[in-house]
Write a new protein. Structure first.
Length: 503
């Protein structure tokens, strides 16, 4: 699903109104009635106090329509108008009049701290103060109102987006914004819903299709995309019935050191479970028996050294090389890695200590094969590209890095971002149970397994990240977040592939 900027969303609204020959007020009614249906579905006529805070722009207008429709369904609703300016949008005014016609209980006005209502944690609060029209940080009594709402500990539903959040920048900590329990957003999600610094303010997310102009949504260019099942599915390449293992490539997985051979087992299992035709591993001698025992399907070649990699002499022509898991950073290993990079032309996958070695020996960067996939977690990324001011600055630096070295960066996190060629693909599968040792090793194996099967490295990264999350979701459903271990993610790749096409 494409992710648009505020300007693009406004353009989409305007085009929809024109092409569907409707008024902006009808579009607002549509968005708000779909939202009301969702609320009704969830709270099922519960006897709770619903308190709706409405701004005086169109986000407030949405709030007024939701209030009217909820009152018509018999809910107990109290509306507060957050009077941050004397100007009102036309659709706010129109719906203000309509609300008055529906109920004799006039909305209360909030003009300063003295007007703040008492809130209880049993209230159901709807935040319709600001949406995509916010143009400066919240200040004065409005900021205090947001603090008051957040402090209530009530359930907060944000309409379109939490008030105070910007779509294109991160505010300094001192500024207030609504910390929502749930956000219902219109048509397309917003980038800030997925950034580590802002995602917590959004709570659970639901995006409602409000029927904006299809033509615009399909043709408008954007560089951010959310990858859900539909987007992942189109990347999948079915297997021909007339095929043999040679068609699915030969993956060579290199890494491990004394005490860290387990990471190699995880990566190798994942590459096999993802469908690589052949998988060989290259490990220090101490890994031989472990890998041969754990994975009879894999071939094992060893370094001369017992405990670490010193000379990667493989004399093969693998379809893809994956390097770094558990490799350590010994100087001899750095030299072996350098030689490997110099001798490799095909895109590689580089993870863990492979990335750390590059960060500590920046001269290695110039030998990176083009289109290689690098999979750093946040600390590894920081070592690689340096510190960033905030998440937007990070994305800018990541873009520069991927363009300079012509590589694909997979930024691992609760929402993993795959970045290449100025584009961002945000993953929408996975769960907190996957924050566990070895989860990244499994991801490396999955992506390697896909590249081995002739997926383009970028497609392999996007699909691999999605399948990794999907497998984790399947495991968590059966085992809980706590009991999920990374080997389970590799073992359940079969269920993940099946689930990719199950609706
Ligand atoms: N345009 C449309 O057709 C639709 C719009 N919708 C809603 O409309 C929203 C956007 O509405 P608006 O563009 O009216 O903008 P908002 O309602 O988000 O903001 C209203 C106004 O607040 C003022 N403002 C901004 N920052 C402020 C601050 N820090 N302190 C005080 N005042 C400030 C600005 O003058 C701005 O125009 C969307 O988020 C969505 O909720 C939906 O109804 C769907 C259809
Ligand atoms: K809002």
């Amino acid at each position: 699903m494409k992710i648009f900027s505020a300007e693009q969303l406004k353009k989409a609204d305007a085009l929809t109104i024109k092409n569907q020959n409707i008024t902006s007020e009808e579009l607002m009614e549509r968005a708000a009635s779909l939202t009301t249906e969702e609320i009704h579905k969830r709270i099922q006529n519960a006897e709770i106090d619903i308190k709706i805070f409405c701004g005086v722009g169109n986000n407030g207008g949405d709030g007024l329509v939701i209030a009217r429709l909820l009152i018509e369904k018999g809910y107990h609703v109290k509306v507060f108008v957050v009077n941050y300016t004397d100007k009102r949008s036309d659709d706010f005014l129109l719906n203000y009049e309509r609300l008055k016609e529906t109920t004799n209980d006039w909305p209360e006005y909030i003009k300063d701290e003295g007007d703040f209502p008492a809130l209880s944690q049993n209230d159901f609060i709807i935040d319709a103060i600001f949406g995509i029209g916010l143009n400066r940080p919240l200040e004065g009594w409005i900021a205090n109102l947001v603090k008051h709402i957040n402090n209530s500990k009530a359930f907060i539903l944000a309409i379109d987006m939490p008030s105070g959040l910007f779509l294109d920048r991160i505010l300094k900590k001192e500024y207030q914004l609504i910390s929502a329990s749930f956000t219902i957003s219109f048509q397309t999600p917003k980038l800030v819903f997925f950034l580590p610094q802002t995602m917590d303010y959004v709570g659970d997310l639901q995006v409602l299709d409000i029927g904006l102009d299809r033509e615009f949504l399909n043709s408008e260019k954007t560089n951010s995309n959310l990858i859900s099942k539909h987007e992942a599915r189109v990347l999948y390449k079915p297997r021909k019935s007339n095929s043999h293992k040679g068609d699915y490539g030969h993956a060579l997985i290199i890494g491990g050191s004394y005490g860290k051979i387990g990471s190699m087992v995880l990566t190798t299992t994942a590459a096999l479970r993802t469908g690589a035709g052949l998988v060989s591993t290259f490990v220090p001698k101490c890994g031989y028996t472990i890998l041969q025992t754990a994975l009879p399907e894999a071939m094992v070649i060893t370094d001369k050294n017992e405990e670490k990699l010193t000379n990667i002499d493989h004399s093969m022509d693998p379809s893809v090389i994956c390097f770094g898991m558990g490799a350590g950073k010994d100087q001899m290993t750095v030299q072996a890695f350098k030689k490997l990079l110099q001798a490799t032309e095909k895109p590689m996958l580089i993870d863990a200590d492979g990335l750390n070695m590059i960060s500590e020996n920046k001269e290695l960067l110039e030998f990176l094969p083009k289109k290689s996939v690098l999979t750093p977690h946040p600390k590894e990324l920081e070592r690689l590209i340096g510190e960033w001011e905030d998440d937007f600055d990070k994305l800018k630096k990541v873009e520069e890095f991927t363009k300079t070295y012509d590589v694909i960066l997979v930024l691992k996190g609760s929402h993993t971002f795959t970045c290449a060629e100025g584009n961002i693909y945000i993953n929408n599968s996975g769960n907190p149970g996957m924050a566990t040792a070895g989860s990244g090793d499994v991801l490396s194996g999955i992506i390697t397994g896909l590249i081995s099967q002739q997926y383009e490295p970028l497609a392999a990264a996007i699909l691999g990240v999605y399948l990794h999350g999907l497998s984790g979701d399947i495991v968590a459903e059966n085992k809980s977040y706590q009991a999920l271990i990374s080997g389970d993610i590799a073992e359940n790749m079969g269920a993940a592939f099946q689930s990719l096409f199950a609706d």
